[in-house]
Design a protein around this ligand. Sequence first.
Ligand code: PRE
Length: 362
Amino acid sequence: MSLNTIDELRDEIDAINLQIMHLINERAILVQKIGIAKQASGVNRFDPERERDMLDRIAENNKGPFQTTALQHIFKEIFKAGLEIQKDDQKEKLLVSRSMKSEDTVVSFGSAYIGGGSMQLIAGPCAVESYEQTAAAAREVKKHGLSFLRGGAYKPRTSPYDFQGLGLEGLKILRKAADDYALKAVSEVVSVYDLETAAEYLDIIQIGARNMQNFDLLKEAGKMNKPILLKRGLSATIEEFIYSAEYIMSQGNKEIILCERGIRTYERATRNTLDITAVPILKKETHLPVLVDVTHSTGRKDLLLPAAKAAMAIGADGVMAEIHPDPATALSDSAQQMDFSEFDDFILELQASGLLRMKETV
Ligand SMILES: O=C(O)C(=O)C[C@]1(C(=O)O)C=C[C@@H](O)C=C1
């Protein structure tokens, strides 16, 4: 066969390639329409029976030279690509997605707000242990012109024998300390049964990493008229994180703050691996504010400042950090909490780097 003939055959293949491309895209448009119809009727995107029917029809009609198995593999790839298009279309329609709302969501608390370019620092003890301890932290938070005081009242711990938190008493102490220093109170709720009560004492309800896919808790939080701070799961993908936020917003609550707190990987140098690029991805894919928890992600005091600088430099709406009057005596996370002198240095460094301007935290 001459080279001419090969070129002529290739020209024919090029023309057929384009025909196949147009047909596949024509098919994709139909798949998109089916995806929209399925979403509207709550039908699962993946339909194995339908795929089996189509593959059987390929087998019945295949006259070669391709082996039927080879063709079926090719069509399976087309089906998978169709599912991806349906998924992307669905993601574009999520209430939390940036395509649904181009402007940033700003969660307002009177003169304080989270999102929309404000740079917040949420600080406080890992756990509320006593009024004196929590009030001391509140005083430090206020001293630096910050607005938000965190403190754990319900502590999900790995071991059932570890300090579980003061519960309702802890919420009351946190509320009093926050009120005494005109701060907003942030604390985690771990059970659906505690939501209503907690909402009476908190300005922000936190749903922790271990509960990121506690769908009942997410749905009930979505029915509340209270901002929700949702932490990324230990091993959650960004897509799962976004869908968990959608669970909340789908129930009506639009005041959601996302928090990247590190993911569990093979790395042991830090407590978790801070997935810092999750911040711009989440800012790009959703309109929600994104915070970074530098304490739980790194688990190391020496990394709190570098991690906070990285978070603020990459576009986070703020940082969460733990402080304690005497970390060595803390009932949880004693190794990771800054004492007040360390906190002073932390704040000064962030200010010196121009990443934290105190006027925006008032
Ligand atoms: O027919 C459907 O239900 C579709 O969603 C379309 C389609 C396809 O590519 O043909 C895509 C994914 C499903 O698993 C089955 C079929």
